[in-house]
Design a protein around this ligand. Structure first.
Ligand SMILES: NC(=O)c1ccc[n+]([C@@H]2O[C@H](COP(=O)([O-])OP(=O)(O)OC[C@H]3O[C@@H](n4cnc5c(N)ncnc54)[C@H](OP(=O)(O)O)[C@@H]3O)[C@@H](O)[C@H]2O)c1
Length: 345
């Protein structure tokens, strides 16, 4: 059995990591951390897991459970993550960090959008954990920086077009909607039921911290600079991301040709599904699953190619992809523990 610890297990992604771990045939949890619930049984805080996980939540300062683990998932807010990851790396642990702290190649870009980086020396060896694009590097990584939820949906949607040089790289618009769990479980006014229910709002327009992450990764695929206008929206649902991406084609192609290009690009990727022409994915068809479903449409009237991409922000956009990366690092079948279909309704 692979021994795993979760630091920040009481949050939304932490809960999903626990849920996925107990259904994984080769994973045993040695430790789950929470400051707020330290000393309480997992089942007291999350009754749905009471017969599945018998250990107590422990404070991060209690290191015994973590020291027994081979793998550590870090599901803390950014800034907190980089205060624990260097020590884990020194101890020789394999680490999958869900925060933004190790996603950037250039610390200056991180510092521009987040805060001062306290462990920049780890950035050059950290592997960006978009499983489908970096599988080979992830296999041998010690530190995997799991991607952000919006970037996962947007990069998977654009990678085939950019890799094949089919669109204008300075004319991409990503308009995305997220459920409220994307903001985490801490109590903030803007996430309260009455603030979110029955309304939709744009937020952080042209200022969202996932913009530079998407641009970094899309530029690496293109081997030249990509700029992207990104507008996130908050919608009254618990989970899910739907990204609608508008691009301008630089080459004439039929919808069938573009569809085949996507199918070929993702032919070995079980978790990326390309929708038949004329069908458009809903967040409901990926809810609770690790899938990313993508549809493409050409509007020949405006010479635009529209890509729609959906994921569950907590699964493919977070903990599902983290387990997928753990499977890759451990040499397991990539689907283990995460191949369940979506919930319905
Ligand atoms: N939510 C998503 O859809 C999503 C998707 C992809 C990536 N992510 C990233 O994953 C990370 C976790 O996100 P989340 O949504 O799961 O957050 P969350 O629900 O707010 O949970 C945060 C966790 O971190 C712990 N924590 C918070 N501040 C701490 C501190 N100062 N010291 C020690 N522990 C602390 C909390 O434990 P306590 O019990 O002590 O409060 C909790 O377990 C974030 O970096 C986020 O950006 C989130």
């Amino acid at each position: 059995m692979l021994k795993a610890a979760i630091i920040g297990a009481s949050g939304y992604t932490g809960f999903e990591l626990m849920r996925l771990s107990v259904q994984h045939p080769h994973v045993e949890l040695t430790s789950v951390s929470s400051e707020k619930f330290a000393g309480k049984k997992v089942g007291e805080v999350f009754p749905s897991l009471h017969d599945k996980i018998k250990i107590d939540f422990k404070s991060i300062s209690e290191k015994k459970g973590v020291s027994k683990a081979d793998f550590v998932f870090v599901a803390l807010p950014h800034k907190e993550a980089m205060s624990v990851v260097p020590q884990l790396i020194k101890l020789g642990k394999k680490v999958i960090d869900l925060s933004a702290d190790f996603r950037f190649n250039d610390p200056a870009i991180y510092e521009n959008w987040y805060q001062k980086h306290t462990a920049p020396e780890l950035l050059q060896d950290a592997v960006y954990g978009l499983s489908e694009l970096y599988r080979e590097k992830i296999k041998n990584a010690q530190l995997v920086a799991n991607p952000g939820c919006y970037p996962t949906a947007v990069i998977l949607a654009l990678a085939p077009l950019i890799k094949n040089d089919l669109i204008d790289l300075n004319n991409i618009i990503a308009d995305a909607k997220s459920g409220v769990s994307g903001a985490g479980r801490s109590v903030v006014l803007s996430s309260l039921f009455a603030e979110v229910n029955e309304g939709v709002k744009a937020y952080k327009v042209a200022k969202h911290q996932h913009s530079p992450e998407m641009e970094q990764e899309l530029s690496l695929i293109a081997q030249k600079n990509v700029s992207l206008l990104f507008t996130p929206h908050l919608v009254p649902m618990n989970r899910g991301i739907l990204a609608t991406i508008y691009t301008t084609m630089s080459k004439e192609m039929s919808e069938d040709e573009v569809l085949n290009l996507y199918k070929n690009f993702y032919q070995n990727d079980i978790f990326v599904r390309i929708c038949p022409l004329g069908t458009f994915p809903s967040t409901n068809q990926v809810k609770g699953s690790n899938y990313c479903d993508i549809s493409i449409t050409i509007d020949s009237r405006t010479n635009r190619l529209v890509v729609v991409s959906v994921i569950d922000n907590l699964l493919k956009g977070g903990s599902g992809q983290a387990v997928q990366n753990m499977n890759i690092m451990a040499g397991f079948n990539e689907e283990l523990g995460i191949n369940q279909p979506a919930l319905f309704p």
